[in-house]
Ligand binder design. Sequence first.
Ligand code: FUL
Length: 470
Amino acid sequence: MKRSALSLLMLVTFYANAQYVSPVPTRQQLAWHETEFYLFMHFGPNTFTDKEWGEGKESASIFNPESLDCRQWCRVAKASGAKGIIITAKHHDGFCLWPSRFSTHTVRESKWKEGKGDVLKELSMACKEFGLKFGVYISPWDRNHPDYGTPKYNDVFVNMMKEIFQNYGPVWELWWDGANGEGPNGKKQVYDWRRFENTVKQFSPNTVVFSDIGPNIRWVGNENGIAGDPNWNFLDTAGFKRGIGAPHTDTLNQGNYNGKQWIPAECDVSIRPGWFYHPAEDKKIKTPQKLFELYLKSVGRGANLLLNVPPDRRGLINEKDSIVLADFKKLRDANFTDNLLKEADTYYEFSQKDFSQRPLLIRGFDSTSSAYSINMQNFIVQLDQPTKINCVVLREAIHLGQSIRRFNVVLFNKDKPVREIPGTSVGRKRILTFPTTSITSFRVYLEDAGGNDNISGIAAYLIDEKLIEK
Ligand code: FUL
């Protein structure tokens, strides 16, 4: 490339970056960010056949969770600190957990409660009672419905969504699975996504919609519960589709650095190897420590954690899972309750010599709401006495966008810098862990953010060293 062309390219790139204005979340997305951690529940005929992907030919009569108790699910969810439950109302096998008028493969055709049962009704009511958000997974792929593979199926799917919104709403999050295989007639469906999106807008405008590419929440690109580092809340969706045709998994994992739409990542992962309950996996449940690690790699990178805990054949969350969930909660409480900065003072860097000036900000982390922020470039946190820490949590005021592109946290003991923790994205929450270090102060340098560094919270902890990756 000629020199002049290269300089022009550099100029254009510089200009494009300089001009970049971060998109901002909608009110619904902002509220979604605050939910942080919630449960996924895969439940249906697969629970009884020991399959992961039912074929759609299973007899409806096998669905018979004799002790089903959605209030027990909610109790377990509450005790784990989860903020909501997303239920597989219809998985790929097409079986509906509600008596849909648009299918003949539903709870109504099952043995359960002599065909009078309705899981969506019981769960939506229990969620209301327990103050949990109610979310619905509905698979567009349907291996049972006779209309699948024809334009008529798009009507069916729209009608099913309407039924759900009208009979069980409010639906907080709607989950569209990207898998798209053949139906009973051997054909794949051509989905009318625009119509599906319009149906949500019209009948449930506050619902946030998840899929590979949003429109409101994106898949994180893996099913391991791990967000990218960095993790940008932006995605460019133009030219991409759901399923095959979605952006590269790395892009979903990290987002687009200069993306045009605010489409944050949700990390879905199962507490067991499979998504549905299988008795043989009772011994393969993730440990509370493993879940804590995933929490650091999802929520700790500014994403949300959607943890699948599948009800068993009785229709209950298995004791083995609920014990692990309660212990996971205990780990989060034990390690993130004692913010060591409560008594610390925080200063703008330029005010460091002027300690008579009133300290500026943030003593607590969670005490500062996300609606509050201060435009703060580099700053200093001064502790009263030497303190051991191995974790710093930063929070960006994302209602104003995501503008921090690079940061460095420098730990000091007296005047000596003892450790640097460089990083990139912050977003809603950034949890940084490092070997235990005794400090008297630390500085946070926010770089490359065009002067819009809106830190809205900061905290430091001494967490159990066994929970920190070496
Ligand atoms: C995938 C599905 O094929 C799995 O069965 C599961 O529901 C997972 C959450 O999404 O696409």
